[in-house]
Design a protein around this ligand. Structure first.
Ligand SMILES: NC(=O)C1=CN([C@@H]2O[C@H](COP(=O)(O)OP(=O)(O)OC[C@H]3O[C@@H](n4cnc5c(N)ncnc54)[C@H](OP(=O)(O)O)[C@@H]3O)[C@@H](O)[C@H]2O)C=CC1
Ligand SMILES: CC(=O)[C@@H](O)[C@H](O)COP(=O)(O)O
Ligand SMILES: [Mn+2]
Length: 383
């Protein structure tokens, strides 16, 4: 029986992970769960899955949970960042699924890695902000990091059994988002339009990132650390059907692709079942109903965030953490109606322009750069 802790169990990935666990009661068990604000849903999950440890964002939500669970012999209840660390490192889980949004996922991931626990990584922001440090920590404790992000799961599956030096390039596929071709002018698009992803139903932050192509930029940086491949060998290709989840081209010109319907339960399941594959009841590709698989290069002038992410990766040090933090603040501001869609890349670029890179940063320097970038982004938005 594999015991799992889920950070962010009330979110899109978290809920789909529980769908997977429900399908394999003889193989998977929930040891820990965490939510942010949605304590009523967490309460339902506790009653169904009986975790030992849970956490919520604030003391108020923790009080509500305690009130509703008093006398039931329920789980230990924690809150705040310490609570996330408890769920990640002290629930008895062997695998920690990081399905929380943003840099909030960093410290609990570090805590789990320090104990040598395996990470099923959905939270790409952790690797963007602190990839060198996190990969080194995993190496030093012998902890595994299993990709959950669909593209990285695809690359992982394509690389299986191949030598690292046999890779020529990674082709990271992108849907292109809701604004791939239209409207010509992106400055007036609404939040509702930006949240209408053509192929995937996901949380609000990643859905906006898909619309700006920042999601693909973050994924380029995530792939670089997960697979140890130079940025020059990671190319983004627009594939609007989201059937090919990414490809690996080897030095002899052979290309392997991983395909499947756009359904996150498959990469989540594979990260939890690895190294085995489990038969399931998920939808299959209907080859005869496909209208075709098409490919085009990304338009980096229309979507500047992709270029900014490559630039941050090339600058190195604290710059990717700054890109990520500024983007988190800018996306939040767009969702709140404080800036327009094209303001997102402008805020990120302005913050990057003002940042003095610290090379080879330690954790404290990364957290400092993250905080600095958030404050700078807010100041630029206020202006
Ligand atoms: N959704 C998808 O298909 C994919 C997502 N990912 C990545 O997975 C991660 C999660 O995405 P997604 O599931 O879509 O996001 P959601 O917004 O749907 O869910 C986020 C989860 O994290 C919790 N949370 C958010 N902020 C905090 C915080 N500060 N402290 C504690 N808990 C917090 C939320 O709690 P609550 O709701 O209770 O407030 C919720 O449980 C992201 O990093 C994303 O990039 C990667 C590939 C695909
Ligand atoms: C499901 C998943 O992995 C998302 O990261 C997805 O890739 C988003 O779609 P885009 O390709 O539009 O960014
Ligand atoms: Mn992805």
């Amino acid at each position: 029986m594999k015991e799992i802790a889920i950070l962010g169990s009330t979110g899109s990935i978290g809920r789909q992970a529980l769908d997977v666990i429900r399908e394999f009661p003889g193989d998977l068990r929930v040891a820990g769960l965490s939510a942010g604000r949605n304590w009523p849903l967490l309460l339902q999950q506790i009653k169904e899955f009986h975790p030992r440890v849970v956490a919520v964002a604030g003391e108020g939500e923790a009080r509500e949970l305690k009130k509703h669970l008093s006398g039931t012999g329920g789980p230990e209840i924690f809150w705040g960042e310490d609570g996330l660390v408890q769920v990640a490192a002290s629930s008895g889980a062997r695998v920690v699924l990081t399905a929380i949004t943003g840099t909030a996922g960093l410290m609990p991931t570090v805590a789990a890695l320090r104990k040598g626990l395996s990470i099923a990584l959905a939270n790409k922001e952790t690797l963007v902000a602190a990839g060198a440090l996190v990969m080194e920590l995993a190496r030093s404790t012998g902890a595994d990091i299993f990709p959950v992000d669909s593209e990285h799961s695809a690359i992982w599956q394509c690389l299986d059994g191949h030598r690292e030096n046999a890779v020529n390039r990674i082709m990271l596929t992108a849907s292109g988002g809701p604004f791939r071709r239209e409207p010509a002018d992106l400055s007036a698009v609404t939040v509702e339009q930006a949240l209408a992803h053509p192929n995937w139903t996901m949380g609000r932050k990643i859905t906006i990132d898909s619309a700006t192509l920042m999601n693909k930029g973050l994924e380029v940086l995530e792939a670089r650390w997960l697979f140890g491949v130079d940025l020059d060998r990671i190319e983004v290709v627009i594939h609007p059907q989201s059937i090919i989840h990414s490809m690996v081209e080897f030095v002899d010109g052979s290309v392997l692709a991983q395909m499947g319907p756009p359904d996150m339960r498959l990469p989540i399941q594979y990260a939890l079942s690895y190294p085995r594959r489990w038969s399931n009841r998920l939808p299959r590709v209907n080859w005869y109903s496909l209208k075709g698989l098409t490919f085009e290069p990304p338009d980096t002038r229309r979507f500047p965030c992709l270029g900014l992410a490559y630039a941050a990766g090339r600058a190195g040090g604290t710059m990717p953490a700054v890109l990520n933090a500024a983007n988190e603040v800018a996306v939040e501001a767009f969702l709140n109606g404080e800036i327009g869609f094209t303001g997102i890349s402008r805020v990120v670029e302005a913050v990057m322009d003002e940042h003095r890179v610290v090379s080879r940063p330690d954790l404290e320097e990364i957290l400092f750069a993250d905080g600095w970038a958030r404050e700078k982004a807010r100041e630029i938005i206020r202006r």
